[in-house]
Design a protein. Structure first.
Ligand code: ADP
Ligand code: MG
Length: 273
């Protein structure tokens, strides 16, 4: 892949969609990998109790591993739980464990319950600076498919929302609810949050429906939708079972190339001209 520009400051993304199975995790890990492959410093924060992003990036996340749960609930510093991704020098991961499933309830009674991830990320940026480590270029938070306190923490920690949309009949219906929730967050908790990026995923070029939905989404969000479209691809869905992203699993596949294109567009958009 070509060299990608370094952003002027760390870009914080949350990958959100209240629907499950739309490609949130797949998009998180593959965009992160494509940026890291270009030499950019990337952190993936997994806050889905399923831990699928941790798995795909080859990071241990069994119940005994110190994880983002300990960061959010027990004030453990991020640097204590972050692990390097074996396939990319500049990619690291804060893994999720099954303990996170209880965190929604435990967070309720904690001080600054909506701000805990943001604070941990602020502290971690200071830690990197203090230890002469390069500034992070990108942080991606992979969310569970619900609007609980975990997702709220991601919305408060992020500046940008990346919404993966599956090109199917109900795509836009779910989207309006998501946008309402984001407006609520903007109003009460994080006025800087913007939906900067929409990515069409699992695109099946053989169906008229996919083309129609894609066109409709582009009409509604002309500035947000990336030109790159992620095709439905067996290689993309196989990669996680080898604890890999498609970027290393099959780097010349259409799936890998489309995620590299998407990452390049994201990187180009983040640079002030
Ligand atoms: P979410 O995180 O939104 O629940 P995932 O990223 O886990 O969604 O994707 C759901 C399922 O679809 C997974 O099994 C994943 O491997 C598969 N998948 C995701 N993107 C693609 C794609 N472009 N082509 C084929 N399968 C895909
Ligand atoms: Mg997921």
């Amino acid at each position: 892949g070509r060299a990608l520009p370094t952003p002027d400051e760390t870009r914080f993304f949350t990958i959100s969609n209240q629907k499950g199975g739309v490609g949130k995790t797949t998009t998180t890990v593959n965009v992160a990998a494509a940026l890291a492959q270009a030499g950019l410093n990337v952190l993936v924060v997994d806050i889905d109790p399923q831990g699928n992003a941790s798995t795909a990036l080859g990071i241990e996340h069994h119940a005994e591993v110190e994880s983002i749960y300990d960061v959010l609930i027990n004030d453990v510093p991020l640097e204590d739980v972050i692990a390097p991704c074996p396939d990319f020098d500049t990619l690291c991961v804060a893994p999720a464990t099954i303990h996170l499933a209880g965190a929604e309830i435990e967070l309720v009674s904690l001080v600054a319950r909506e701000q805990r991830l943001r604070r941990a990320l602020d502290e971690y940026a200071k830690y990197r600076e203090k230890h002469g480590m390069p500034r992070l270029d990108y942080v991606f938070v992979d969310c569970p498919p619900s609007l609980g306190l975990l997702t709220v923490n991601a919305f408060v920690a992020a500046r940008e929302v990346l919404i993966p949309i599956q090109c199917e009949y109900y795509a836009l219906e779910g989207l309006s609810q998501l946008l309402k929730n984001i407006e609520m967050i903007q109003k009460h908790l994080n006025s800087e949050l913007v939906v900067s990026t929409i990515l069409l995923t699992m695109y099946d070029g053989r169906t008229n429906l996919a083309a129609q939905v894609a066109q409709e989404v582009r009409e509604h969000f002309p500035n947000e939708v990336l030109e790159a479209v992620i095709p439905r691809s067996v290689r993309i869905s196989e990669a996680p079972s080898y604890q890999q992203t498609v970027i290393t699993y099959d780097k010349s596949s259409t799936g890998a190339l489309s995620y590299m294109e998407a990452a390049a567009e994201i990187a180009d958009r983040g640079v002030s001209s």
